[in-house]
Design a protein around this ligand. Structure first.
Ligand code: SAM
Length: 239
């Protein structure tokens, strides 16, 4: 997979791209991440990328030309790839696990990171998706893009040490994940449930499913609205 991040602050990506799982995916050649600083396409001696809004009002807007030229440079470098161009925007569709799964199947993702008061509206004609990290306003799109890159790259084949772990993660299965325990079996009087030490994998799977369902019901009942529960699942929730 190829990823381009179009940003005024490419160095912000050093941390997330330079450590741990995403960094290893880059080293292994599973994903290539390019940072395109669109300041280089800014106008005049000062490489200006922003301007005041027509009609007045607070804040500065990103001008269309530098972002269009940044996209041209990506298309010239990689004319053949099928691109998903994603605008970081608090007014966009909320990002979720299903979207991360979709993104992880794409050939080439391009993240456009905004700043200041936002974008000139015509920039939207460049994009295939407008996506929000959540219902709050960040100072820029970089943190949102980092989260989306991390969530998508970890789903690529051979990125996680244990691919099965991604399938049982919260939100992947439509439920929150069940509780986990590791050694010691008893810690400050808090004991590990017997079933997990029983060696009976059928019972362990059943316990995990039940706990997963109960946790989802208690914390995120909205996630169960569209799910048809079996009789057994309904009983577990009612317990
Ligand atoms: N005036 C804009 C509005 O009310 O929608 C907010 C602009 S914000 C200060 C600057 C930039 O940060 C946005 O253009 C976007 O790229 C990014 N950003 C802020 N919050 C975001 C969010 N929740 N999700 C994704 N990107 C966000």
């Amino acid at each position: 997979m190829k990823i381009d991040v179009v940003t005024l602050f490419p160095e912000m990506f050093d941390g997330p791209l330079g450590h741990s799982i995403v960094s290893r995916a880059i080293d292994k050649g599973i994903v290539e991440v390019n940072r395109v600083n669109f300041r280089q396409f800014g106008k005049g001696k000062h490489q200006v990328v922003d301007d005041t809004p027509y009609g007045g009002g607070a804040g500065m807007l990103l001008k269309p030309e530098p972002l269009f030229e940044a996209m041209d440079s990506i298309n010239e470098r990689d004319p053949e790839t099928k691109k998903r161009v994603i605008l970081m925007d608090p007014a966009g569709k909320p990002f979720d696990q299903a979207m991360a799964e979709e993104f992880s199947e794409e050939e080439h993702l391009v993240f456009l990171c905004g700043h200041y008061e936002g974008y000139d509206e015509r920039i939207r004609s460049l994009v295939t998706d407008e996506v929000s990290l959540g219902d709050y306003v960040l100072t820029g799109g970089e943190l949102a893009a980092m989260v989306m890159i991390d969530a998508s790259v970890r789903l690529l084949p051979n990125v996680l040490g244990n691919a099965a772990s991604a399938q049982t993660d919260s939100h992947s299965s439509g439920l929150l994940e069940h509780p986990h325990y590791t050694r010691p079996a008893d810690f400050k009087g808090m004991a590990v449930p017997d079933v997990l030490m029983s060696g009976n994998h059928g019972k362990i799977d059943e316990w995990r499913h039940k706990e997963s369902l109960k946790r989802t019901f208690q914390r995120r009942p909205d996630m169960l609205v569209k799910r048809e529960l079996t009789k057994q699942e309904q009983q577990w929730i009612a317990e």
